[in-house]
Design a protein around this ligand. Structure first.
Ligand code: GLC
Length: 382
């Protein structure tokens, strides 16, 4: 027991150190880069994850991270997926034209739940309102969220996009143009289970924040909106087998078993019985998601599964973090604990890497990767 405690505090100490080393200040904004070796800018969902970890030991740094992120917000309300470029030390005046999974409200509420700093909420709430209005106007279709590029989904080369991208992944230069330069149209779109689940949760967070700020009407508005999105998720995505599949632009279900199958649990959309079935039949199934270092982003039973293929199979700690919260939400304490234990085992074996081979725990991609410190949040939540 003592040894286990010491091991846990070593992981926590290493996580704190990593986030400290990856912190940068640019044009007066302080934020955390995902990795010193790659990705030396500010990224939307990365910063949300960084803030969720930082709040445990430095709430001010967590607030600054999110304030810096919101400083990149466009007049329209859009928050870019990537901002704060540097080229040889100079900031370039552009940001990307796509967003990323809308986790900001979740991160803000989590930070507030530690700091209880109302001033922070008062400052960011209007910006969040604008962002969620932009999502409603520009991304909502039939009550669910569409995502206009695989990079916007955060899972850049996910199998979900194989038949959908109008500009394929290998056309890097063209893709760069559509992502960063105005007037190049983006035509791809999928209606995404994962983005919608995160959106429903975010709207629920908005309702809670409005309550804290004494804005009862707004609180009711966001509560109703969150419930409507949750209901739309079931109406649009649920298939005969009870599983939720994302849909193509032409409205066909994309039938691959990916980690998104569990996203409805993150938003609390499934009944307890449905969740039990999903966990029993798919999550704990060694032929699908319960690999030695779970969970693979794509079930190992899928012909497209690739153990080292970036978002086409490897285990990513941000996905495990979402799943861990979803499991706790539904009371699957033992499964959540086992998932955490196995995630820690991968970090002990390979360090804080960008992603991991789900069969061997081998570390892959960028080193000293920021959001992999989410295991700290998982540990402290458990
Ligand atoms: C890659 C990932 C994306 C992440 C970014 C920075 O593009 O696919 O999800 O936000 O790197 O870490």
């Amino acid at each position: 027991m003592k040894k286990q405690k010491e091991g846990t505090s070593a992981v926590i100490a290493a996580a704190r150190e990593l986030l400290k080393k990856n912190r940068r200040t640019l044009s007066g904004h302080t934020f955390t880069i995902p990795s010193q070796y790659e990705y030396r800018h500010q990224w939307l969902w990365d910063s949300c994850f960084h803030a969720i970890v930082l709040r445990h030991f430095d709430a001010k740094a967590a607030e600054k991270e999110l304030i810096s992120l919101m400083a990149s917000q466009k007049k329209s309300g859009m928050v870019p997926h990537e901002s704060k470029y540097t080229l040889l030390g100079t900031e370039l005046p552009y940001t990307s034209r796509i967003t990323q999974p809308p986790l900001i409200a979740r991160a803000v509420l989590d930070v507030y739940s530690k700091s209880r700093n109302r001033k922070f909420l008062i400052d960011v709430f209007p910006r969040l309102q604008l962002y969620h209005k932009w999502l409603e106007d520009r991304r909502e279709v039939n009550g669910v969220l569409k995502v206009v590029d695989s990079n916007e989904s955060g899972e850049d080369n996910s199998v979900l996009w194989d038949d959908e991208l109008t500009i394929p992944l290998h056309k890097t230069y063209l893709r760069w143009l559509t992502t960063y330069v105005p007037f190049f149209p983006q035509k791809a779109a999928i209606k995404s289970v994962k983005a919608t689940a995160i959106y429903a949760d975010a709207l629920h967070c908005m309702a809670e924040m409005a309550m804290v700020l004494g804005m009862k009407q707004y609180s009711n508005h966001y509560k109703e909106k969150s419930e409507a999105v949750a209901a739309a998720m079931t109406a649009v995505f649920k298939q005969k087998d009870g599983l939720y599949y994302s849909r193509t632009n032409k409205d066909k279900p994309i039938p691959y078993k990916t980690n998104s199958l569990f996203a409805p649990m993150f938003a609390g959309v499934l009944s307890k019985a449905e969740a039990k079935k999903l966990v029993g039949e798919h999550l704990l199934n060694e032929k699908e998601f319960w690999t030695p270092f779970p969970i693979p982003t794509v079930a190992i039973s899928e012909p497209k599964f690739s153990a080292k293929g970036y978002w086409r199979g490897p285990m990513w700690i941000n996905i495990n973090w979402m799943l861990h919260r979803a499991l706790l939400r539904y009371g699957f304490k033992a499964v959540a604990a086992e998932l955490l234990e196995k995630t820690i085992a991968a970090v002990r074996k390979s360090g804080f890497r960008e992603y991991y081979n789900p069969l061997t725990g081998e570390g892959l991609g960028a080193k000293q990767f920021g959001w992999s410190t989410l295991i700290m949040d998982m540990m402290l939540k458990n």
